[in-house]
Design a protein around this ligand. Sequence first.
Ligand SMILES: Nc1nc2c(ncn2[C@@H]2O[C@H](COP(=O)(O)OP(=O)(O)OP(=O)(O)O)[C@@H](O)[C@H]2O)c(=O)[nH]1
Ligand SMILES: [Mg+2]
Length: 435
Amino acid sequence: MTEPTIVALATARGKSAIAIVRISGPATRFVLETVTGLLPQPRVATLRQLKDGGDVIDHGLAIWFPGPMSYTGEDCAEFHLHGGAAVINKLLTRLLSLDGVRLAEAGEFTKRAVLNDKLDLASAEAVSDLISAETEVQRKHALSQLDGNLTRACEDWQSRLIGALAHIESSLDFSDEGDVPANIAESARGVVQAVIDEIDGTLAQSNYGERIREGFRVAILGAPNAGKSTLINRLSKRDIAIVTAIAGTTRDSLEVSCDIDGLPIIFIDTAGLRDSRDPIEQLGIERSKAHAEQADLILWLQAPGTDDHTEVNIDLAQKPHFIVGTKSDLNVPYARATDVTISAHAKDGIDQLLSKISHTLNDQVSGQVLINRQRHRTALEQAREPLLRALTILHEEELFAEDVRLAIRSIGRIVGTVDIDRVLDRIFSEFCIGK
Ligand SMILES: Nc1nc2c(ncn2[C@@H]2O[C@H](COP(=O)(O)OP(=O)(O)OP(=O)(O)O)[C@@H](O)[C@H]2O)c(=O)[nH]1
Ligand SMILES: [Mg+2]
């Protein structure tokens, strides 16, 4: 059975100057000939009338990408047409009426690229990240993965481990006792240890990588009336949280995503911490504590003059945190030492606070961040374990070889050289239709 030919609008819906409709699969050539008359020259944008029988749908560009030199590896084409709903719908309806053509599922173009060895899995994930990137750091990170930095690191680890394996195995052929000579064992140990160290370094950065994708969580905590909601309104430049002079105004937590110096940051406004008998407020306070636990950074807001309600305490020492003195416009001293002071009303100190936040989060990383998904982390952890074991059994050639092979396979999962079918669907469900 031949693969169905898939078609999708590759640009966002809505009124726009240009829309791009993409098509991939064995019927592409027939579709192009049917809709544009003559097959355009490969990879040359060609102005054509796009037709539905005798009816002209639009004037647009048609580009023909014969496989395998195409995004998916199959025959592909693009139609660049005017970006109005009626034009797009008419062309899509026309294309879908042709034999063997159906609408693409989310991520299906990229899935086909992977299946046709045009992209490895890590690079395919990077395509999805690049499309979702909203900040500069996210863009850079996704592009570095698309450029193959993670793939190259995995291939390098794999090839060094395969080298160590081959070395140990071949040495046995020349040894009388069936023992691995000491110098060979030592060099294999060196390789395995070096790979473990590099994997450890990569794992240490994994939290940062995942946060780059998902956003760093910065929880705004403090006693009621400390000025938490006023601060989140100032940061988001919107009136999203209710502010009143009544202590205990905020009950539910509220999240806002911001781009701070290119870092994606999720600020969380929380219910003020105090010993309350109000059951709704109590629930809110429980949520505040949960946010404190999950946060990458805590901003503890301290209003001037007052002491904290110490009866509900958060162990700040466990987490990176700043004590932020609020309402500095009042010129009243604080009951405890502050790291930074702000006035959300007078817009004082906000820039200093933001630059402190971005410095602190950036300081969490040293060296290159390679991995950014739980999937990558699990694979590396699963590679690390047999490698550690292999170090202890260097002289038992078969066991050593088995463990090193296990590690090579686990690393391969990141780029998709094993277990490919199982992970494919999960990865591509994150994509949008038309990519
Ligand atoms: N003078 C001054 N007043 C402020 C400032 N920021 C907040 N306030 C006032 O402090 C009071 C409490 O502000 P909120 O932002 O509601 O405080 P909160 O920490 O969210 O309080 P809860 O939701 O009750 O926990 C309001 O009357 C604000 O107008 C500031 O920078 N200067
Ligand atoms: Mg509030």
